[in-house]
Design a protein around this ligand. Sequence first.
Ligand SMILES: *Cc1c(COP(=O)(O)O)cnc(C)c1O
Length: 471
Amino acid sequence: MQDKDLSNDKAQRFQQLPGIDTLLQQMTTEINTWGRDAVVKKLRDLLAQLRAKIACGETPDCSIESIRDTVTAALSALNVSSLVPVINLTGTVLHTNFGRAVLPKTALDAVMTVAGAASNLEFDLESGGRGERDTHVESLICELTGAEAATVVNNNAAAVLLVLNTLAMAGEVPVSRGELVEIGGSFRVPEVMARAGCQLVEIGATNRTHLTDYRHAIGDKTALLMKVHTSNYRVEGFTHSVAEMELAALAAEYSLPLVVDMGSGNLVDLAALGLPREVTAAETLAQGADIITFSGDKLLGGPQAGLIAGRQDLIDAIRKNPLKRALRVDKMVLAALAETLKLYRDPDDLLKSLPTLRYLTRDEQDIRAQGHRLLPHIKQAIGSSYSVSVERCLSQVGSGSLPVDLLESAALQCSPISGDGESLRRLQQSLREPPAPVVGRLHGGALWLDLRCLEADDEAALLGQLQHVAR
Ligand SMILES: *Cc1c(COP(=O)(O)O)cnc(C)c1O
């Protein structure tokens, strides 16, 4: 008897489900906004879900209003951008998860200009014939590195792949065991070598590799000598590695090219800016490297790109490799890269014009002063539940640039007055919500908001976000 009642109930609920035509008649606004096909598809999906629920004995809201609201919400959600700006208060300046370098203003303007119009990307305006996209950055790269020639691909991983595939396919490449780097999960030197079609010959020991190790490894099949910058770690203690200068002499003796993967491309004397010293691209080429590769969006501070610079004949060969076509950069990247590189021609203004170097060179006092300026507003916003203070902290460069060097900085340290981890997690989570997601760092039972990368323009957004947390 009871079973029968239940199935009667169900049958009634199925009957009460509005038909798709009835619903469509009520949804002319939605159809005008998103198109009939999209609305029909969402309605079908939703009706199928409702039927499934009824079949399971549930009693979902099947009113026309409710169905309409659900469909509208689903269709609007597709219009919300997934990729949005974030206020990076993690203290890591070049964070791969946050898109690495923040582009300079002139680069942004250039992107807008070329993206919204036809351009001479591969057109020679003088001759009226076909042009080469590299020309828009090549002379700038050569001027800043002293290279004879240069080309650009999608990122430094692509640059290394392309160089090895062009110059060492089916050949052997000796690399020191101390330099078999893994960068951010998927880029491992041995694996990239395999994909490039060349044979890695591991030489030396993890901590010590000598010139004789390279000499012994050279044979008929050796295609080139390679040095990889140990970007994200440092081998310390009883160590020895072979300097570029010595390796270049050995490579020349056997007429082999010396390739150096520099990782983060540095173009200026960082020590003069108060940062840890890092070899420059020009120095590496002057020490005898025939080809160097480096990223556009690490220390260089530009768009994601892989720069390849060095000997003309080698660059010509690299350009002719069909893989180059698959790895090339688009006009927006070229425009942004050209403008970023131009800033390096005026070193006195560089710290003002280039966000990456501006963030990296901000001194602790300046950051601390910003913290004290913000403190009363923040206390007002969340001070009833959290104790907030300005504390010393250490920032990182990030993306494997200057790996061991930390920068003195200042943070807003927020600890829950209740002292429990749950309210800390809640604080962290609600800071990540729209409209201005803020990401900090959890450490020692507190949330640390390192202010090194907080632009004055973003202060209001940070305060708004904290008020949002308090609500
Ligand atoms: C970062 C890095 C890479 C990869 O560069 P992407 O631009 O991220 O592709 C390769 N080699 C070294 C040594 C690096 O530091």
